[in-house]
Write a protein of this length. Structure first.
Length: 319
């Protein structure tokens, strides 16, 4: 438990973990199309050459001509990695990515860091989607940095897969191109492998267009404190790809609400007859009375805000 809380405390993106919520009945489960698309690997939908190999886009060449080219990012071998010829600058960016046969929506990304060392080069790198081949219309879907709780570093440097879900308004759009863009001087993060997961934009529209997102008390199963941090047990009842949680001092007006997290609706191995939800841990401690609100994001609209409640930890600050 201590190890889990240590990991959670490092995440500013409001870590969400699957759990079985015994209080959720079959009647509260979402009745719309099954969201099993969240676990679909998208790399296989990328453009291939005549030999059936992925056409990898990005910076050409390798450091000291060592052969560690951009193709290593998508070769399926965690023992190889991309080591570009230069660290990258704003004028000459270092990146690696894929073009897809049709627009795709990213819901999840898996990453394997450089096998032995320099794993921290991922700090400040960007995952982006675009519909122009030159990424002139690029939209950032996720950023890696020590300041925003980037938790891959610990996993990647130990030679394991890092795995996270993508949930924000920009992630609802379909993109023809996806890439990892390195921070200046970061050598594109030296990634070994990147796997994109999600669904085609057409499949997302078929699943959610026309659905009315809702948010109510049925979404809140339980709430409790862990070390002065509010933890919510959430169940999903709305036809929406994800939710947003906000918080404010209880005595303040609505203009004081601040964003806490976007919470993904989908998860691997979801089935219609499985009790399903998330145990969500807010990294920011709650010492004073704090009000939370939640809303569901649909493909075309959002639900009205639902006030979850006002909470306060009675421990002393700093404890």
């Amino acid at each position: 438990m201590n190890a889990m809380m240590s990991s959670l405390n490092r995440s500013r993106v409001f870590c969400c973990f699957t759990m079985l919520l015994a209080a959720v009945t079959a009647g509260t489960l979402w009745a719309g199309p099954s969201p099993t698309w969240c676990g679909t690997k998208l790399n296989s939908l990328a453009v291939k050459d005549d030999g059936g190999n992925l056409v990898v886009l990005g910076m050409e060449g390798s450091y000291n001509n060592g052969g560690n080219t951009k193709e290593k990012v998508f070769d399926g071998d965690v023992n190889t990695f991309f080591d570009p010829p230069s660290g990258g600058t704003a004028a000459v960016p270092c990146w690696a990515g894929l073009e897809f046969t049709e627009p795709v929506v990213v819901t999840r990304i898996r990453y394997y860091g450089r096998p032995t060392t320099l794993w921290n080069r991922m700090f400040g790198c960007f995952f982006q989607g675009a519909n122009q081949a030159d990424f002139s219309d690029a939209v950032t879907l996720h950023v890696g940095a020590t300041t925003d709780g980037w938790t891959w570093d610990d996993k990647a440097k130990k030679g394991t897969w890092a795995d996270f879900y993508v949930a924000n308004p920009e992630s609802l759009h379909g993109y023809k191109y996806l890439r990892l863009l390195g921070a200046d001087g970061a050598y594109c993060g030296n990634p070994s492998e990147i796997e994109f997961y999600g669904v085609t934009a057409a499949a997302l529209s078929a699943a959610f267009d026309g659905q009315t997102p809702t948010c109510s008390a049925a979404n809140i199963v339980t709430s409790f404190f862990i070390n002065n941090h509010l933890t919510l047990g959430l169940a999903y009842t709305a036809a929406a790809p994800f939710y947003e949680l906000q918080r404010k001092p209880a005595a303040s007006d609505d203009s004081a609400y601040e964003h806490v997290a976007y919470i993904p609706f989908c998860w691997d191995n979801y089935t219609a007859d499985t009790i399903h939800g998330y145990l969500c841990f807010d990294e920011k401690p709650v010492y004073d009375s704090t009000t939370y609100r939640l809303r569901a994001y649909g493909t075309a609209a959002q639900s009205p805000w639902y006030e979850v409640g006002t909470f306060k930890s009675y421990a002393m600050k700093g404890v």
